[in-house]
Design a protein. Structure first.
Length: 439
């Protein structure tokens, strides 16, 4: 079993709001240049579109973590990379290191480069289209856009190659490849348009601009598409008109619909090897700099020189073979599909977060075997549930005084002391969840 990582992940996303919020300020989401102060030091979040890094960029991140931070890197639920424990006043030096590595192509836009994409696209032959070139086009368009910096640091773009693995992220703007790969469907909220694959990134930017106009008209200054009041939702007619005005041809197709839901874990790069790639996971999403360098070294010496960080807090190394798994496992990375680490996530908890009521990462590690193989579980240090992923899972929320609240979808929560948590957790994870209405 890998050693327990120390308390450190990220508050990437919060649950869907129950009412339409009215934003009276810009979001405070951290970035590479806008650092967030936590109990364990400053925090920087480096946006990595589709999680794609060169080996050289990965080495640069490891250097930054050791020179300026606590010597580790966190993978967020959007496949970005986070550094914690940064010393006061290090922002300028961090920016210089990231810029030299090509990780800050447009400083004004760095917080809006939130892009996830099918990590195995172009590798395993399962998708309709390799979306990686489209990711690069979208990123270039974002970085060149005068309006893109108006987007919230929480606004999310997703590109799905047709396998359905991006559906679970409920992105604000989604590109989904159609069968055959010649056309893609671009959606924003309930509005959708089909365009040629090569026009997909431009259509995505047009959809984001439509959201910005809708948010301004609504008076809510919404951060996410789902926050727009129904009366101000982006309409299909508006999206089609914008596409036409930009000179993009809408595609008429009689092809069957693409999947709207992820078909299951088999579509995700969890851990193992195959199709010309190796994929590993990091326990609770945290890698020490030495582990990170090892993965980068595998990419540099045995792969294509590229690695892809996944939203499931793992790393894909294209071009590497299964013979590399032994060294990665020996370094504490997860390579076994049956590992209990694959079903466990946690927020930062104590001592990194002042609001946390418990050291949830230590407790999650201690109770790792409880219910292993059952429903996924997410541990939260307080009721804010930072970093909580979507989908059916068991919620374990600290309530103080060594007690936790345990709940499953469709069932009432139960508060139990830490001494009884193992049994309660095992029972909850092996219970068939009851479906709850989608918000």
């Amino acid at each position: 079993m890998p050693p327990a990582p120390s308390n450190r992940p990220d508050p990437d996303e919060n649950p869907v709001p129950s009412v339409t919020p009215v934003r009276d300020r810009g979001d405070a989401c951290p970035g590479a240049l806008r650092l967030h102060t936590a109990d364990d030091g400053a925090l920087a979040r480096v946006r990595v579109p589709a999680g794609v890094l060169s080996a050289a960029q990965a080495y640069a991140l490891a250097d930054a973590a050791e020179r300026l931070g606590d010597g580790a890197l966190d993978i967020t639920s959007r496949g970005n990379v986070q550094l914690r424990g940064l010393e006061p006043g290090c922002g300028g030096e961090l920016a210089r290191l990231l810029d030299a590595a090509g990780l800050l192509p447009a400083p004004r836009h760095e917080r809006v480069r939130n892009v996830v994409a099918s990590p195995l696209s172009g590798l395993d032959g399962r998708g309709h289209l390799d979306v990686q070139p489209l990711v690069r086009d979208l990123d270039a368009l974002l970085c060149a856009s005068a309006r893109a910096p108006e987007l919230s640091g929480r606004f999310l773009f997703a590109l799905d190659d047709g396998r359905g693995d991006m559906a679970e992220f409920a992105a604000d703007v989604m590109l989904l490849a159609e069968p055959g790969g010649a056309a893609v469907r671009v959606t924003v909220g309930g509005a959708a348009v089909r365009v040629r694959a090569e026009d997909g990134p431009r259509a995505m930017l047009l959809a984001a601009n439509a959201f910005l106009d809708a948010a301004a008209a609504s008076g809510t200054r919404a951060w996410r598409v789902r926050e727009l009041p129904a009366a101000h939702a982006v309409s299909a007619a508006d999206l089609r008109a914008r596409v036409a005005a930009a000179g993009l041809a809408a595609v008429a197709t009689a092809s069957p619909p693409c999947p709207d839901r992820a078909p299951g874990r088999e579509s995700r790069p969890l851990v193992g090897a195959g199709h010309g790639a190796v994929y590993v996971a990091a326990p609770l999403g945290r890698l020490r700099a030495a582990q990170w360098r090892l993965v980068a070294g595998v990419a540099e010496r045995y792969g294509t020189g590229e690695l892809r960080v996944t939203p499931w807090r793992g790393v894909v190394v294209p071009g590497a073979g299964p013979e590399r798994l032994g060294a990665l496992e020996a370094a504490g990375l997860v390579t076994d599909p049956a590992s209990p680490w694959l079903g466990v996530g946690a927020c930062t908890g104590r001592p990194g977060c002042a609001k946390s009521l418990a050291d949830v990462r230590a407790d999650a590690t201690d109770l790792l075997p409880a219910g292993a193989g059952g429903l996924p579980v997410h541990w939260s240090g307080c009721e804010r549930r930072c970093g909580h992923p979507r989908g059916a899972r068991v919620d374990v929320v600290a309530t103080g005084d060594a007690h936790y609240q345990v709940s499953t979808p469709g069932a009432p929560p139960r508060t139990v002391p830490l001494t009884e948590l193992a049994g309660a957790l095992a029972a909850a994870r092996t219970t068939t969840p009851t479906k709850t209405p989608t918000k």
